[in-house]
Design a protein around this ligand. Structure first.
Ligand SMILES: Cc1ncc(COP(=O)(O)O)c(C=O)c1O
Length: 435
């Protein structure tokens, strides 16, 4: 019998479900995983159990939301109680008010909140709001930053160097077939972390908003340069453009108030999602009263049948309660640093050229270069194939890691689990080297 885990039942499941579900999955981003996409039967704490009965230490965290771990008791109990009162009213409920009050207290730039059900939707609302507020149309986005899967923002997410064009005037590179080519007409793409290029483009005074991940977590794990966010904010103000922080990943993770608290720079509009409700489909757009009042006056349309869904709002309140615990983020950060240092030591000892970075609850690891990246194009030197083989060696040994190098860490990743992960990483690297 093999000493390694096998995933044959998941494989068979995906094959069967492919007869009924397109590709056997419900998101493009769930395909192409090694050894194959998995189907899960349960989750508890930092673990997921798959159809084959494998209990895996999980660093996907459902692509980020499960910061409290899988199936936390407090949420489970609140939902069990709440479901006695109802499922969905398609109207206002007491929990949405409490959730909004909590967000306004936690997130420094937030005065008014609107809920929706996904980060992608919240991004769309933010762009509409920015255009309405500035009476301008163009949006600046950055190479390598992801803002959801809709046509108008699915530009230059991961262009090859061949297609990316000149660094100081990048091409807009579409990600998918079928993308409306005209949706790029309102988008300007720039390299991130270059204040001079940004200022130069803003000086034409035709930009409605600059949208960014305040730390680039969808491609690598790249910090903003010192003062980059501050100078960006100043330049936006000077040229009457709004600054949108897409805190879908960083929100509530980097700090109770997200990256804006972590870096001390407040945007005009904030997108919140993922860690807002620990797995329930909730996102939010927030800003100051003046700006958000465009929504209240009905001047800017924002809809969504399932917005502030009753049970999701209960989960939001129960999730947000954790972020005002004084040591939550301290602990989350310590766990992340412990894991990063441990993996870094393994890679150093085994002489694997690599880069690592970490923020509270998020870590990035890439192979093939030791030059710390500053922008998306620097990541094109990474050896993604080798990293993907590493992930395969990890999952065979019981640790599930994302092949794009991101690691999401929850409050349930205990010291023992982190130590076990580091030990397994050592074995995985040795196996990789002997291949
Ligand atoms: C920064 C960022 N913005 C937007 C989105 C889209 O969010 P959703 O998948 O909830 O639509 C994501 C998803 O990963 C994201 O990371």
């Amino acid at each position: 019998m093999s000493e390694f885990l096998t995933f044959n039942k998941s494989k068979a499941y995906i094959e069967e479900s492919s007869q009924h579900l397109a590709g056997g999955v419900n998101s493009t981003f769930r395909t192409g995983m090694q050894p194959n996409a998995l189907s899960f039967t349960s989750g508890e704490g930092a673990y997921l159990t798959d159809l084959d009965g494998n209990k895996l230490i999980d660093y996907y965290l459902g692509m980020g939301p499960m910061i409290l771990g899988y199936n936390p008791t407090s949420i489970k109990q609140a939902i069990q109680k709440g479901i006695e009162e109802g499922i969905f009213f398609g109207a206002q409920n007491k929990h949405e008010l409490i959730a909004a009050q909590m967000i306004n207290k936690l997130v420094p730039s937030s005065e008014l909140v609107r809920f929706c059900t996904s980060g992608s939707e919240a991004v769309q609302a933010s762009l509409r709001l920015a255009r309405a507020a500035t009476k301008k149309n163009l949006i600046i986005k950055f190479e390598g930053h992801y803002h959801g899967w809709f046509d108008n923002v699915l530009w230059s997410n991961k262009p090859s160097l061949q297609h990316a064009g000149r660094r100081d005037n990048p091409n807009l590179v579409a990600w998918t077939e079928g993308q409306d080519v005209h949706s790029g007409d309102s988008i300007v793409v720039l390299p991130w972390n270059d204040i001079d290029l940004l200022k130069k483009r803003l000086s034409k005074n035709d930009i409605a908003a600059v949208i960014m991940e305040p730390a680039m977590c969808n491609s690598g794990g790249i910090s903003p340069k010192a003062n980059y966010l501050k100078k960006t904010k100043e330049a936006c103000k000077l040229h009457n453009a709004l600054l949108i922080f897409d805190e879908t990943i960083t929100g509530f993770r980097f700090a109770p108030g997200g990256a804006q608290e972590y870096y001390g720079i407040l945007p005009d509009i904030t997108i919140l999602a993922k860690a807002i409700a620990n797995g329930f489909p909730v996102a939010a757009i927030t800003g100051n009263k003046k700006l958000m009042s465009l929504l209240t006056q009905g001047k800017v349309v924002h809809g969504g049948t399932y917005n502030s869904q009753f049970l999701s709002m209960i989960a939001t309140v129960k999730t947000l309660e954790n972020y005002s615990k004084y040591n939550f983020h301290y602990e989350l950060n310590n766990k992340t640093i412990f894991l990063k240092d441990g993996i870094e030591k393994v890679l150093f000892d085994e002489k694997i050229t690599s880069i690592l970075s970490s923020f509270p609850g998020f870590m990035f690891c890439g192979f093939g270069t030791n030059k710390q990246p500053i922008e998306y194009r620097d990541l094109l030197n990474l050896n993604n194939e080798m990293y993907s083989s590493f992930c395969l060696e990890m999952i065979k040994r019981g640790v599930r890691t994302l092949e794009r190098g991101a690691w999401f860490i929850s409050i349930e990743h205990s010291q023992d689990i982190l130590e076990e992960t580091i030990e397994i990483a050592k074995h995985a690297i040795v196996a990789l080297k002997t291949k």
